[in-house]
Ligand binder design. Structure first.
Ligand SMILES: [Zn+2]
Length: 314
């Protein structure tokens, strides 16, 4: 076919801005979470689900055990396991998990992003989870690298505001087995993103999803009254039509959609994640909605685009 027969559709709206890209493991959130069962010997769908949820297999003098810490780190449950499952765990972890490794360069790179913006990095490790370490733990290398990749892709203004003054990695939350949290720091100390042991021991996909979700809480905390009102009006329409976009990490898509239904703030935090991780997929999702919902979603997108200083994502 002659090339001139092809039509070119330009996106309507404000002038095109350069699209930014999140790292590949973040962009993957827009698609289905592919199972590793076919690739890893002895991995079953059930085991995969457990590993993604932060369960692990340990080798002890008395044999292999599968389990992990539950209920806020105060207790743990272990079940007898096998050599085959142990091997499956380690192979799965190479593909999807977060492993610990020293990486001073990654730590320096992350601190180079955090320190000029006045953000403190605090680490806690199990065994000593209640006390923060005096210096960031060096063994979280791959985690530091991932955090740095995500943070450099955000507008600098999102890093240099009182709503984000601290990033905690590791340790346990006040409630039972919480994965992650955001605290506003109403005592004047500024906001903190808290990624607990659960989030840093399961799948990388869950970590990046939760990390951007919690950064999204810092963002919704920083919105002006006007922006919030505009978003709330749009949210009402989207909620009534149950037209949330769901992405799969930690839980199934349907659960992440439901999570947004009962709270404007949860919707806004999840939208921050979706805006940055799923740019093209979000724009396609909005375009296929019926008119009323589409208009509501377009106004959500506009507020996000403006609060991202015009930056949009691939
Ligand atoms: Zn949340």
């Amino acid at each position: 076919m002659a090339a001139h027969a092809r039509k070119c559709y330009l996106r309507a709206g404000p002038p095109m801005t350069a699209l930014r890209s999140m790292p590949p493991e973040v962009r993957e959130l827009r698609g289905q979470w592919p199972s590793q069962v076919e690739r890893v010997p002895f991995l079953t769908a059930e085991l995969e689900k457990d590993f993604r949820f932060g369960q692990r297999i340990s080798k002890t003098e008395r044999g292999y055990y599968m389990g992990g810490t539950i209920k806020g780190g105060t207790s743990s449950v272990w079940y007898p396991s096998s050599r085959e499952e142990y091997d499956a765990y380690h192979q799965w972890r190479k593909l999807e998990g977060l492993h610990e490794a020293r990486d001073e360069k990654a730590l320096m790179r992350l601190l180079g992003i955090l320190q000029p913006n006045g953000i403190e990095l605090v680490t806690r490790r199990h065994g000593n989870a209640s006390r923060a370490e005096a210096k960031p733990y060096e063994g979280f290398g791959p985690l530091y690298s991932t955090c740095a990749d995500v943070l450099v892709a955000l507008p600098v203004s999102h890093l240099s505001r009182p709503e984000l003054k601290r990033i905690h990695l590791g340790g346990w939350g006040p409630d039972s087995a919480k994965a992650s949290a955001y605290t506003r720091g109403t005592d004047g100390t500024g906001g903190s993103v808290l990624m607990y042991d659960f989030a840093i021991r399961g799948a990388r996909r869950t970590f990046v999803g939760l990390f951007l979700h919690e950064l999204g809480h810092a963002h919704e905390s920083a919105l002006s009254q006007d922006e919030r009102q505009k978003l709330e009006r749009a949210y009402d329409v989207i909620r009534d039509a149950d037209a949330f976009m769901g992405i799969e990490f930690l839980l199934e898509r349907s659960a992440r959609k439901l999570h947004q239904k009962f709270s404007l703030n949860e919707f806004l935090a999840e939208t921050y994640l979706i805006y940055t991780a799923c740019g093209t997929a979000l724009r396609a999702f909005i375009a296929e909605q019926e008119e009323k919902v589409r208009t509501a979603w377009e106004s959500v997108y506009e507020v996000f685009r403006a609060t991202f200083l015009g930056i949009e994502y691939e």
